[in-house]
Design a protein around this ligand. Structure first.
Ligand SMILES: [Fe+2]
Ligand SMILES: [Fe+2]
Length: 215
């Protein structure tokens, strides 16, 4: 069984403010489903790393006049692809075969709220990036106390890098929004925090890395 000491030592790896940024914690029922579906968890995790790299690449193509974004996204894309390779290696060691999975409802459930006009579009995409990274980080931390030593070690490293990605996305979103608009920015953060919490706290027919309450 998990000791409260183990949980709190994992939580200390999370960036300050991350848990408050998220509107809710991962439900225990999701952690139980993840432990009952280790293959699905790793395959979808691999998929998420690949998708994170591709999102960063598409931002590199679209927003060439935002130097800070280019710098952060180039590094992020490399790190996510490295994570992808690392998950593939772990899957191979465990005899898990990579296969295509349908996408979770999560990312699309956030992206459907992206505004069409710039710079609002970019602000929303970056805020969503911050939520996806923050949730990933929180879920890795929630899983660590229950995992075998080698997967726990790997996920500890990921908590640190995904925590940094959350901070980078949030910093870029703030810059894209502009200092003068701090109230508009805060209300957009609150809007996405509520949407994200709905996706996490409502029943979800498909188990995935970012799925809601198991149906
Ligand atoms: Fe990653
Ligand atoms: Fe990340």
């Amino acid at each position: 069984m998990t000791s409260s000491l183990a949980v709190s030592s994992v939580e200390s790896l999370l960036p300050d403010g991350l848990l408050a940024f998220l509107g809710c914690s991962t439900p225990d029922s999701w952690v139980e489903a993840a432990l009952a579906n280790p293959e699905l968890l790793l395959i979808d995790h691999a998929q998420c790393e690949k998708k994170a790299a591709s999102t960063a690449m598409s931002l590199l193509y679209r927003y060439v006049d935002f130097p800070e974004l280019l710098k952060c996204m180039a590094q992020l894309a490399r790190e996510e692809l490295l994570h992808f390779e690392q998950v593939l290696k772990i899957m191979e060691e465990r005899g898990i075969v990579y296969r295509h999975l349908t996408a979770s409802r999560y990312a699309e459930g956030l992206r459907r709220h992206v505004r069409a006009k710039e710079p609002e579009r970019l602000v929303d995409i970056l805020i969503i990036g911050a939520f996806i990274e923050a949730r990933s980080c929180e879920r890795f931390a929630a899983l660590i106390p229950h995992l075998d030593a080698s997967l726990a070690r790997f996920y500890r490293g990921l908590v640190k890098s995904e925590g940094r990605h959350y901070e980078d996305y949030l910093m870029l979103a703030r810059q894209a929004c502009g200092e003068a608009d701090s109230q508009a920015f805060a209300s957009r953060l609150a809007f996405f925090a509520a949407r994200e919490a709905e996706l996490i706290n409502t029943r979800d027919p498909e188990f995935r890395f970012h799925s809601g309450v198991p149906a």
